[in-house]
Design a protein around this ligand. Structure first.
Ligand code: C5J
Length: 226
């Protein structure tokens, strides 16, 4: 049976959304990255640049759930014994406080710690897969691809943080695995405005070399929400 298609305005051209074949993938909306007093802010970052994405994500997730569609969430983090933490990742940046150390919201990027949790505004609902990922990309060392394949998902709407790091890495991984990705400008964020701009430009450049860029309002309208 042919899947139903809804045309969503996007760049570099309209995205043909097939809601039953599409997963909403929300990347790393974790307390340590987004909340005042978290690890991100401790490093000197302006968390307001990420917090502006919370409300659009919340509205989108609400509409997505109301339409009965599949939402998935990711969290970047490591086992408490850090056996899945590459030594190179641990020392990168030469920080005095790094992954696994005690931070303002528990041990930094360690599963089970408060800072590793998804922010309450976007708390996963029962039945929504949560992908715990040790890398920047959501496909690396996870079962995300299997979960999507089992549900015949071939498209992803990608939101979350940060645009140039985990969002971009995941979109590139997804693209190489054959998924069509639509990234929503108002639902992705970077601590650095110039990386936000370039991170999105890189996705839609060259005829959509990694995917499409659109907005949450257009997706909500396409699925009959709003
Ligand atoms: C993410 C990071 N989620 N910036 N992590 O982008 O280290």
């Amino acid at each position: 049976m042919k899947a139903e298609v809804a045309v969503v305005p996007a760049e570099p051209y309209a995205f043909e959304l097939m809601p039953d074949r599409c997963g909403l993938l929300i990347i790393d909306m974790q307390r340590d990255f987004l909340e005042p007093g978290g690890f991100g802010e401790m490093l000197g970052n302006d968390v307001s640049q990420l917090r502006r994405t919370i409300e659009p994500n919340r509205r989108l997730l609400q509409a997505w759930r109301a339409a009965g569609l599949l939402a998935l969430h990711t969290r970047e983090g490591h086992r408490p014994d850090l056996t899945d933490l590459p030594p190179a990742k641990k020392v990168r940046g030469r920080g005095t406080t790094t992954i696994g150390d005690e931070g303002p919201m528990g041990r930094i990027l360690v599963r089970g710690e408060a800072g590793h949790d998804i922010i309450p505004e976007l708390c996963p609902a029962a039945g929504e897969p949560v992908i715990d990922k040790p890398g920047k990309g959501a496909f690396h060392a996870t079962d995300l691809h299997s979960i999507l394949q089992h549900r015949s998902i071939s498209q992803l709407i990608v939101t979350g943080v940060t645009t140039e790091v985990c969002v971009n890495t995941t979109v590139r991984e997804a693209n190489d695995r054959g998924y069509d990705c639509l990234v929503l400008e108002d639902c992705v964020g970077s601590y650095f405005p110039e990386f936000q701009e370039m991170g999105l430009k890189m996705i839609k450049a060259q005829g959509g070399i990694f995917g499409w860029v659109g907005s949450s309002a257009d997706v909500i309208a396409a699925i009959g929400g709003g």
